[in-house]
Design a protein. Structure first.
Length: 228
């Protein structure tokens, strides 16, 4: 999956001379945590809600509300932004974006073209949205987790077995770190052709493979923020 297919393309921006007061208002009104900074269409920096909060903390602690507003109106983006931020290309993979965000402990990255023009922003929410879409969980797919031999052809045998029993493969994920020695852990989500196939498939796979888990996720009445 490519960043350009999942990134936000209609991106709010600010220029270097914008005040922190304006930045704060834009972030609050649009419920966002970062703003790319542009000059003549070129990406020159990025400012986050953390940058705004950390601006002159020692001074802000002793100020009344009017003095704080005046300070925020006078301070400019260029004073607190991160210049020449890390960027990615729209043709980079989502996996690369996720790796960078995880290792650098950041929640989003600007996306720019080869000339340095801003083309979008990719966030951790975008990555999660793409992951959810690719797994097929919202399509009602059943998940099987298996330990397969770490050898060529082991996944092919699994897919052939599923196809022989009229089951559509929606997604396959493979990992090694949490698998036994000489094995790989494979999580496959499938859509059986009918209920009869769905009923018999667990036993068919158990007879031919080392199945460690299978279930269909219950997505009704999911927990909501605030307990609603």
């Amino acid at each position: 999956m490519l960043i350009k297919d999942w990134m936000a393309k209609d991106v709010l921006t600010v220029n270097e001379d914008a005040s922190l007061m304006r930045v704060t208002r834009i972030m609050q009104e649009n419920n966002i945590r970062r703003l790319p900074v542009v000059a003549n269409g070129m990406l020159v920096g990025i400012i986050t809600d953390r940058d705004v909060k950390d601006a002159s903390p020692s001074k802000a602690a002793s100020m009344n509300i009017h003095e704080l507003h005046r300070m925020m109106s006078e301070m400019k983006v260029t004073e607190v932004m991160t210049p020449t931020p890390m960027t990615l290309s729209g043709n980079d993979s989502l996996e690369k974006a996720a790796l960078i965000m995880l290792e650098c402990k950041i929640s989003g990255l600007p996306v720019a073209d080869q000339e340095g023009r801003l083309t979008g922003v990719i966030s951790e929410t975008d990555v999660l949205r793409a992951f959810i879409h690719s797994t097929g969980i919202k399509d009602g797919a059943v998940q099987f987790v298996l330990h397969l031999n770490d050898a060529p052809g082991s996944v092919t045998k699994l897919i052939e077995t599923l196809r022989q029993h009229k089951t559509q493969v929606i997604s396959i994920l493979t990992s090694y770190e949490d698998a036994p020695a000489g094995k790989k852990k494979v999580a496959v989500r499938v859509l059986p052709e009918n209920q009869a196939t769905a009923d018999t498939l667990p036993q068919i796979l158990a007879d031919n493979f080392d199945v460690v888990y299978h279930a269909k996720d219950e997505l009704k009445n999911l927990p909501r923020k605030g307990g609603r």
